[in-house]
Design a protein around this ligand. Structure first.
Ligand SMILES: C=C(O[C@H]1C=CC=C(C(=O)O)[C@@H]1O)C(=O)O
Length: 368
């Protein structure tokens, strides 16, 4: 294996011990958090430190992998093969998804909901191992958080997500409103967005801004941007501000689940999801990442004086991502999770196609 940290992960898998290996967006480092026993730790008040893995349903506690050992290794980007042929799209499975989307549109038009994010699970057989898939992910998706997470009492998950839930250091934080999807067409430099997508994303931005008002100060809503995630474009607005460190748990609870993965109003959208999707999302559309992790930061004592030596200080930071474009791996059986936001302007067939397009992010790294 190209990286010793991957051998360490392989050893952990063989011994049936919990771990996570991951690469953050645009960073050139693979990190690993390894736990020495099989205990299932959970997060209770967000003062804990470790790697958090939270389900969509807030009724269940987030899981924590404890930092018994933390390793990191320089990552060198390069091409490794992923499939180049467009994969055959599933035929015939679309009807029940389209019916569910139509029910959601009716609920929205009748005023019960404003927006709801619906999803499904796609099952495929794979020959590649978890570690091989992880390596393909980190090479294919430079701008995503790519991860392989394992706990013997829960299972194995992998993914490449473009969405930040919360990034905080000291008293400042950044989050984002990400919604609206279209396929990349290489002949078009920048995508054009329809009213439906702009509306869908604006709903998310407005919701987040309102949800954060009581817990934060100096709230800034950034510009609307088009961002690329693999073969997909999304609309994104960065939202930043300041908060009191002791309120980290309140902030996370205010953000999750955002209308980018659940809907508006949250409670009714969640009820609609639980009653209509007919499968368990588990950790898909939950969140994952570093919670109160100590990171060494290089600082200059005086930025104007270049001769003065830099010194290292240790800062606690939290960096959480929404668990999108992910899969659960059980031996050779992979379940890929995909979904999309439904508003009154949605077209059931297009929504089905969007989930098919999103599934390519993971399918691309599964085939041999
Ligand atoms: C729920 C998913 O995407 C969300 C994030 C970005 C764009 C979305 C959309 O266009 O609908 C969704 O809100 C998913 O990819 O499974």
């Amino acid at each position: 294996m190209a990286y010793p940290i991957l051998n360490r992960a392989q050893g952990q898998l063989e011994q049936g011990l919990p771990f996570v290996i991951y690469k953050k967006p645009k960073e050139f480092e693979i990190k690993g958090v390894f736990q020495r026993d099989t205990q299932l730790h959970s997060v209770t008040d967000f003062t804990e430190s470790g790697f958090v893995f939270a389900p969509f349903d807030t009724v269940q506690s987030p899981i924590l992998i404890q930092c018994d050992e933390v390793l990191s290794e320089v990552f060198t980007p390069g091409n490794i093969s992923t499939t180049k042929n467009p994969l055959k799209k599933e035929v015939g499975a679309s009807e029940s998804y389209e019916r569910m989307v139509s029910r959601a549109i009716e609920a929205i038009k009748s005023g019960q909901l404003e927006k709801v994010v619906l999803s499904r699970k796609k099952e495929v057989r794979v020959a590649a191992s978890a570690l091989v898939i992880f390596q393909r992910l980190v090479h294919a998706y430079e701008n995503a958080l790519c991860y392989l997470w394992h706990h013997p009492k829960i299972g194995t998950w992998l993914g490449a997500t473009p969405e930040i839930l919360l990034k905080s250091r000291g008293n400042s934080f950044v989050t984002m409103s990400l919604a609206g999807t279209q396929m990349v067409r290489e002949e078009v430099e920048m995508p054009e967005w329809e009213k439906k997508e702009l509306h869908e994303q604006q709903l998310v931005t407005d919701y987040i801004a309102t949800a954060l008002q009581d817990t934060t100060t100096d709230l800034k809503i950034g510009d609307l941007e088009s961002v690329r995630a693999g073969q997909l474009w999304h609309l994104r607005t960065k939202i930043s501000g300041r908060f009191e460190r002791e309120k980290l748990g309140t902030l996370i609870r205010a953000l999750h689940p955002t209308p980018a993965v659940c809907g508006i109003p949250t409670k009714r959208a969640k009820k609609f999801i639980l009653e209509n999707e007919h499968y368990d999302r588990m950790f898909y559309t939950g969140y994952l990442g570093e919670l109160n992790l100590k990171n060494e930061v290089e600082r200059s004592t005086n930025p104007r004086n270049t001769e003065q030596k830099a010194y290292r200080s240790v800062l606690e930071s939290t960096e959480l991502f929404v668990n999108l474009r992910c899969m659960q791996l059980d031996g050779t059986a992979a379940s890929i999770f995909i979904g999309g936001g439904i508003t009154s302007d949605s077209d059931p067939w297009k929504e089905w196609e969007e989930t098919e397009n999103k599934s390519q992010t993971i399918l691309k790294v599964l085939l041999d």
